[in-house]
Design a binder for this molecule. Structure first.
Ligand code: ZN
Ligand code: ZN
Length: 356
């Protein structure tokens, strides 16, 4: 499994014009080697693989990683590259241009004056965008925990409770049920705050008559889940009910169209055009969704700007929303696996408009 990932990256070396790839971003290190520690860099050459970590991970790295030559150091990880002479004179070294800092690049250039460094973008993300069965199983576990916690916390959502209290309960329960972390800072946005697409939980207390948007997820063995549900405390107005139906129908239309072979911008348009027909286009101002995996946001992006085409094995979110200032917002988000000819929705949580 890991070996085929390495082979796929190596197979691109000629096209990328590089002799080796320096892997410095933790989710990339994990994807290519299996090492889950927070401190590690890898070097993939045409024939060899080297992984460098510090003393804190000496045991863990031997347990998690097979097939890489491992160095454990008490000094700078990058210094090992020099001391072991791992970057040969004249080599062209690829690195991830999105995550290596300007200062780090400057140091590398200084330490290796006879090596050329070439920024490359999304190389590992493109490989990681197609999930295998083991990866999908981990995402399914994370989604199942998120679904379970959603059901449990419905009882806690009542007037007088703070958004932060709900976020704390979500976090606690996700871990109780087997998650290793929250996927991101939980969004609990009530009342007018629900019109902020990314309103993180605040000290505001919920009141009767408000809409509440919950957007949360968890991590299982490095893999993320990400779900949004919107519900009402007390009877919602006719307008809010209408917005809910528009968003739900838009999401369902996108789900019905999601399959391998469709361009992501076409899929984005399915939901966007429907929302436009209903007269709410100007209140829907984000993209339809994003890939999930070892990172919360990864390719393929489901947006107007994306050039990607969905492929079997992609796992993406589908999350249209309509947000009207002073009234409130509705977003509904599921995680789906793209298959040939259709998609499989992983979330089991109800999408009926829940009124508490
Ligand atoms: Zn989300
Ligand atoms: Zn999302």
């Amino acid at each position: 499994m890991i070996f085929s990932r390495l082979q796929k990256l190596r197979a691109q070396f000629d096209l990328l014009g590089i002799d080796a790839f320096l892997v410095t971003f933790q989710p990339h290190v994990r994807y290519l080697s299996g090492f889950s520690g927070s401190s590690g860099i890898g070097l993939l050459t045409k024939r060899s693989t080297y992984l460098i970590t510090d003393g804190r991970y000496a045991q863990q790295i031997r347990h998690e990683v097979k097939g890489w030559k491992v160095f454990v150091t008490d000094q700078s990880l990058f210094d090992v590259l020099r001391r072991q002479n791992l970057l040969r004179h004249g080599w062209r070294i690829g690195f991830d241009g999105n995550t290596v800092t300007y200062n780090r690049l400057k140091e590398l250039k200084k330490s290796f004056p006879r090596v050329k460094f070439h920024p490359k973008v999304d190389c590992i993300e493109q490989l990681a965008a197609i999930k295998d069965q083991h990866e999908i199983a981990k995402i399914k576990k994370a989604v199942a925990i998120t679904d379970r916690v959603f059901l449990e916390i419905l009882d806690l959502i009542k007037p007088g409770v703070r958004e932060l209290d709900i976020a704390a309960e979500i976090s606690y329960r996700q871990r109780k049920h087997g998650a290793e972390a929250d996927a991101f800072e939980t969004i609990v946005a009530s009342g007018e705050r629900s019109a902020f697409p990314h309103g993180r939980a605040s000290a505001k207390k919920l009141s009767m008559g408000e809409i509440v948007t919950l957007d949360f997820g968890c991590v299982v063995e490095g893999y993320h889940s990400d779900m949004t549900r919107t519900l009402a405390l007390g009877r919602p107005t006719a307008e809010v009910k209408k917005i809910y139906k528009v968003v739900l129908d838009a999401q369902q239309r996108a789900i019905d169209s999601a399959r391998s072979g469709i361009k992501t911008k076409e899929l984005d348009a399915v939901a966007r055009c429907y929302i436009k027909e209903q007269g709410y286009e100007k209140y829907y101002r984000h993209s339809l969704g994003h890939g999930i995996g070892l990172q919360l946001h990864e390719p393929p992006r489901l947006s107007v700007l994306s050039k990607a085409t969905l492929e079997s094995g992609n796992v993406v979110t589908i999350e249209p929303g309509v947000y009207i200032p002073n009234i409130g917002g509705v977003r509904i988000e599921d995680d789906v696996v793209i298959t040939n000819g259709s998609c499989l929705v992983l979330n089991q949580s109800s999408k009926e408009f829940i009124i508490l």
